[in-house]
Ligand binder design. Structure first.
Ligand code: GP9
Ligand code: MN
Length: 638
């Protein structure tokens, strides 16, 4: 049976169907925040605008069969793009970027995660493509159009006018959208997924060309900025506190601050880590932020080793793995430190092998250095307990002093656990991710406790400083409902979201005795200057954007990769400036005590820091895009 639609060219039918579908996906499957009617309107029109733009190209094909072929393959292709973004979004609450597409090896390794991210009903996304496919085959004669040249130009003109209208509204709603595109959600919300991908492509080519044209003349301006705004002159009183000691750095997968000293079913979630917080040899930082972008663990490693920001698109380990750097392992090598990374995963994951060479890491113990079997693996691979157990022999064989980084794996999304390793019941909410997070975190807590025991047994403990740092969040904003239930809050506001980006930082120096909890605003960007200072190593000519966490004159804010920031007084996110203590947005209507304070509010108290944050992020980007370290000879200067 043939059903008859009102006669309408197929490209228009395809554009309408695709527009409706994309709108539904935007509205209900992505978690896009809409603040006003105008944003609602822009979000509604942009899928139709891009759909028309793409499908209207078909009118330029004269032969009916070619026109039909173009429409059906396009319908399939664009649907696939929506689908791929959706799957990606479920994992990262973010949209795909071009550099990400080239991380094929990682994408395939995502294996176990990906299956949990695809849902049976996703098949509905392909329904309109199937209809178009059917119509394009069965009713091609009726649905094809044959315009004279003027008609074709007209169709093109209409699509461009629609696009211009969309961009105009977008720019009105969010001025400087294209120049300040920190946040991909703004872009998608305003210009749509497809135009966002085109934009991303343009930005990509632009940044790629930066390396070619860079000649080192960019450096003095950057160095001046750093000298004026970042570097501190005075050494902190912890300078040299761990001089000559080994550094054992534990990169704790997905460990967030909110579980520390917190409970579930009336039990502590992390009993061992809690005991470390109050241990007299531990400095615990409870306002320490992760600053990663799309490169997750690798971005956190990048921050730690370089005190540079990762990139806003893609993983810098991949996109700029061949650059020159002046990283921590390289600097401390001059003080006779050997460096090693221990992580039971493919060496190619996140392009680690290539990047570690650029960072000056001496040894990389990857998956093949471990005995990995069915029984001792789960989720992403070797479980943390056997991982630490099997690592001790490598530590013992290393020349001392050493700097060794352990990257754990078990507490990774989707937080799968074997029954025998589970020592706390999962949480009970609508989010399996959050539910399973707790037993996985508890397992990590136990694994780290065991590791401390092994370090003591092996005699390495006394001569080492142990740093434990969460690499990035484990629970994304997609689980906010469950998270608000656990934290006993009505909702998770953008302010809370930023607070949730805190990860634990423990610096444990056996025998130190002065340990305390430090609540200054700190972040991953601070790790390199902090470790250097604790080891008593000066690197005056170094280029970096963080500060020693123990320093008195630290810069007053921590910038997140998306341009948000946290300062002593404020939290700036989603275009809103919050009072950090109260969590209340600061608006010109906010009642204040004095008139000067009121004036301050009106001038937007967050702007001065915002400008610094923007400058800092873009200087860091320029260093990486231009591969500018290749123009400095640190060896000679030091
Ligand atoms: C993989 C491990 C986890 O080797 O670092 O990666 P993540 O997804 O957290 O970046
Ligand atoms: Mn990670």
């Amino acid at each position: 049976m043939k059903f008859k639609l009102p006669t309408m060219p197929l490209y228009i039918i395809a554009a309408l169907l695709f527009g409706i579908k994309t709108y539904i996906v935007y509205r209900f499957l992505f978690n896009i925040e809409l603040e006003n009617m105008m944003q609602e309107f822009i979000l509604f029109i942009n899928p139709f605008v891009s759909a028309f733009l793409i499908f209207a190209i078909s009118v330029w094909f004269n032969k009916t069969s070619r026109q039909m072929k173009f429409i059906r393959y396009t319908a399939l292709f664009v649907t696939f793009i929506v689908f791929a973004n959706l799957v990606f979004y479920r994992q990262f609450t973010d949209f795909i970027t071009i550099p990400q597409l080239f991380m094929g090896s990682n994408m395939s390794d995502l294996g176990s995660s990906i299956m949990t991210l695809i849902k049976p009903l996703d098949i509905l996304l392909f329904v309109d493509a199937a209809i178009i496919w059917y119509l394009s085959k069965k009713q091609e004669a009726e649905l094809a159009v044959e315009y004279p040249k003027s008609g074709k130009v007209f169709a093109l003109a209409i699509s461009l006018v629609l696009l211009a209208g969309n961009f105009f509204l977008a720019e009105m709603e969010r001025p400087q959208l294209f120049t300040r595109a920190f946040d991909r959600e703004y872009l998608v919300k305003n210009i749509g997924l497809f135009n966002y991908h085109v934009y991303d492509l343009v930005v990509h080519s632009k940044t790629e060309s930066q390396r070619v044209f860079a000649d080192g003349n960019e450096l003095p301006e950057i160095q001046d900025f750093i000298n004026e705004n970042i570097k501190v002159v005075e050494k902190s009183d912890k300078f040299g506190a761990a001089e000559g000691k080994n550094v054992i750095f534990i990169n704790a997968e997905s460990l967030q601050h909110f579980v520390i000293d917190n409970q579930l079913h009336g039990e502590a979630v992390t009993p061992f880590l809690n005991s470390l917080v109050t241990n007299e040899d531990t400095y615990y930082f409870d306002n320490f932020y992760e600053q990663t972008g799309q490169g997750n663990t690798s971005d956190s490693e990048f921050l730690v080793e370089n005190s540079l920001y990762p990139l806003s698109r893609g993983a810098v380990f991949f996109t700029h793995g061949g650059n020159e750097y002046h990283a921590l392992p390289e600097i401390i090598e001059k003080e006779s430190y050997t460096s090693a990374v221990l992580h039971s995963n493919n060496k190619s994951f996140w392009n680690r092998e290539g990047m570690y060479e650029s960072l000056g890491v001496d040894h990389f113990y990857g998956e093949e250095a471990y005995e990995v079997s069915e029984e001792n693996s789960i989720g992403w691979g070797l479980k943390d307990k056997p991982f630490f157990e099997q690592s001790i022999k490598y530590l013992q064989s290393m020349e001392q002093p050493f700097y060794s980084k352990f990257i754990t794996l078990t507490n990774h999304f989707p937080f799968e656990m074997d029954e025998e390793d589970t020592s706390i019941d999962p949480y009970n909410s609508n989010s399996n991710t959050l539910n399973n997070y707790f037993p996985a975190v508890r397992y990590m807590d136990e694994a780290i406790e065991d590791f401390f025991g092994q370090l003591k047994e092996s005699g390495l403990y006394e001569d080492s400083m142990i740093v434990i740092m969460g690499d990035h969040i484990g629970i994304s904003a997609n689980h906010n409902k469950a998270m608000s239930m656990y934290l006993d809050k009505e909702e998770i506001t953008p302010y809370d979201q930023v607070q949730l980006q805190r990860v634990p930082l423990f610096i444990h120096i056996p025998g130190d005795g002065n340990g305390e909890v430090i609540s200054d605003i700190t972040g991953q960007i601070d790790m390199k200057p902090t470790i250097l200072s604790l080891l008593g190593i000066e690197a005056e000519d170094d280029i970096y954007f963080g500060n020693d966490v123990f320093s008195e004159d630290r810069k007053e804010y921590i910038a997140l990769r998306n341009g948000d920031f946290i300062s002593d007084e404020y939290v700036s996110t989603a275009g809103i400036c919050y009072n950090r203590q109260t969590g209340e947005p600061i608006t010109s209507e906010t009642e204040t005590d004095t008139e000067t304070e009121n004036q301050d509010r009106e001038a937007n108290v967050c702007s001065p820091i915002e400008e610094k944050v923007e400058a800092e992020l873009s200087y860091s980007d320029n260093l990486i895009y231009g591969d500018l370290f290749r123009f400095i000879n640190f060896e000679e200067e030091e």
